[in-house]
Design a protein around this ligand. Structure first.
Ligand code: AMP
Ligand code: FE
Ligand code: FE
Ligand code: ZN
Length: 284
């Protein structure tokens, strides 16, 4: 069944280049099918989906915003930082992201070791085969666990083994939100804290503003109505852009979430472009 987008622009989508189930071109085609005007490709630690998505964007007359999501660990919680309108040709960005992806591989291998200690034996190759793109992650372990009939779905895999506090969890290698913000800003991009829900305090957010944070993802399936109200207030107090997106991964990874279920108006793309140094460089 084809759904209709509830917003003009969905600024949070994953593809097969990280842990999504649709290729970048398929995501853009779906954006067109549901009636979106714009979509941001925000894969984890990789920009390798951008060029295919941009090509499809031209074909379907959909604006494609170049994005990224960098997951960090912060005081026992996960804080995800989105980046938008980054310089695709920035060598430093390419190096930093490739380091992060290499750390992902090491982390997945450690998690496989911890699973083995729990009596669950899977090989790295069992996980790798689900990671067709550039960036491997915990959802690929979840898929391997489903295939081996250890669990029935991704949600149970996280709840039982993979999330913070569960036996196979391994923390990321010392990456905090400020560093993720710096990586994005150094590449000319706009840094936005992703789906903070009720996990981040106003004080933490203003602390990250001091190191370059420029926006808050207010419209997201994991933010409650109360969260959206509180986060909107914090955004206004700090002069931050309010962004939104569905965090679309495909139904087998995140059931019940469709492209265009969450998002913002096209005016937000303008606000983002105005704050991106790439855009300014092009204008001057
Ligand atoms: P990683 O980047 O390897 O730490 O994996 C994080 C990704 O796993 C997130 O971006 C989500 O796509 C997914 N994820 C995190 N928590 C859950 C959960 N409780 N259930 C299903 N998927 C999750
Ligand atoms: Fe993900
Ligand atoms: Fe996220
Ligand atoms: Zn995401």
């Amino acid at each position: 069944m084809i759904h209709t987008a509830k917003y003009e622009a969905d600024l949070h989508c994953h593809t097969t280049e990280s842990d999504g189930v649709c290729t970048p071109a398929q995501v853009v085609r779906q954006a067109w099918e549901v009636g979106l005007k714009a979509v941001a490709i925000t894969d984890h630690d990789t920009i390798s989906g951008w060029s295919e998505a941009e090509k499809a964007g031209k074909q379907y007359h959909i604006t494609v915003l170049k994005g990224i999501e960098i997951n960090t660990d912060w005081e026992g919680r996960e804080v995800h930082i989105l980046g938008y309108a980054l310089n695709a040709n920035d060598d430093n960005l390419a190096t930093r992201l490739s380091e992060l992806r290499e750390k992902r591989v090491q982390r997945i291998k450690k998690m496989i070791g911890k699973l083995s200690q729990c009596g669950v034996d899977i090989a790295f190759e069992d996980v790798l085969k689900h990671a067709e793109g550039d960036s491997i992650g915990r959802p690929h372990i979840a898929q391997a666990l489903i295939e081996k009939k250890v669990v029935d779905n991704v949600h149970i895999a996280f709840d039982k083994y993979l999330k913070i506090g569960r036996p196979a969890y391994v923390p990321r290698n010392k990456l905090d939100p400020a560093e993720a913000i710096r990586i994005i800003r150094d590449a000319g991009g706009v840094a936005v804290v992703a789906h903070p829900g009720s996990f981040c305090t106003a004080q933490e957010i203003s602390q990250w503003v001091k190191v370059g944070l420029q926006g808050i993802e207010v419209f997201h399936p994991e933010n409650s109505a109360d969260d959206r109200w509180r986060l909107t207030k914090i955004a206004k107090q700090n002069g931050l852009i309010i962004t939104g997106g569905s965090d679309y991964h495909g139904h087998s990874v995140k059931p019940g979430i469709n492209l265009g279920d969450w998002g913002v108006g096209m005016n937000v793309i303008k606000e983002i472009e105005q704050r991106s140094s790439i855009f300014f460089q092009q204008k001057d």
